[in-house]
Design a protein around this ligand. Structure first.
Ligand code: ZN
Length: 249
């Protein structure tokens, strides 16, 4: 493929020191919103061949990845502004694929007018009620995301929080897609598959995969002729769908 869009690293990686759950100034919702007793889905069994993958963030044991809670749904909202033709379907399809691989259940809460913000608050009760803010998906202008003035086509990541010394758990995140570049890519022959691959790559960042220095994987940092998840990507995503349930968050 001729597109050489650089796909940026995951972001939003800081762990909050702790979460207040009681007083009026609280920075977190009531614990356990929508938490179930068991996992909502089952991660795909990864190919036996194995392959390269890396996690964006690890627990203190240095091995276990930080992940979303598989016992509750991952809500997301989409800001439709600047979306290329077919953009909404790209997101819907990527989410379905991510759900099939990780077993995480995603729920779209519809459209939002919330703008991307690197200081985004994970708890916005006035806008989203008593729950963690949903994942925010936006089609950014270059003004909104200056990184998109270069070859970067998207960026994504999630925010992990923890209670006390408990494990970090992703509670919300953001996927930012370059509106102008996607419009351009989608206008090219074969562009649909490239656009799909970039959105899948970004959603893989969202759920916790980092880049790998292996051009046969979709998590290689630049676009290539790899247009779907490869063995390593699938192995990593399967692990990310098998996180611990954390009803205390
Ligand atoms: Zn990337």
């Amino acid at each position: 493929m001729v597109v050489v869009a650089v796909l940026s690293a995951a972001w939003f990686l800081g762990l909050l020191p702790g979460v207040a759950t009681t007083d009026a100034d609280r920075t977190a919702p009531s614990p356990g919103v929508e938490a179930s007793d068991g996992r909502l889905g089952t991660p795909l069994t990864p190919p036996a061949a194995g392959g390269t993958f890396a996690f964006a963030q690890l627990q203190d044991d240095g091995v276990t990845p930080v992940a979303y809670d598989p016992c509750r749904p991952v809500h997301y909202v989409v800001r439709p502004d600047n979306a290329p033709y077919g953009g909404e379907q790209l997101i819907t399809d990527a989410v379905a694929q991510m759900s099939a691989v990780t077993g995480l259940r995603f729920i779209v809460d519809g459209a939002t007018d919330e703008a991307p913000d690197e200081q985004r608050q994970p708890f916005q009760p006035d806008r989203y009620g008593d729950r963690w803010a949903p994942v925010l998906v936006t089609w950014d202008t270059v003004t909104e995301q200056p990184d998109f003035a270069a070859d970067v086509a998207g960026q994504a990541g999630s925010l992990a929080v923890s209670v006390g010394d408990g494990p970090g758990v992703y509670v919300t995140g953001a996927v930012e897609l370059d509106a102008a570049q996607f419009t351009d890519i989608l206008s090219r022959p074969g562009g649909q598959a490239v656009a799909r691959a970039i959105v899948l790559h970004e959603f893989a960042h969202l759920v916790g995969l980092d880049h790998v220095d292996d051009p046969t994987q979709l998590m290689y940092p630049t676009t290539s002729d790899v247009l779907d998840f490869a063995a390593g990507d699938l192995a990593g995503l399967s692990r990310l769908g098998a996180g611990a349930c954390e009803p205390s968050l």
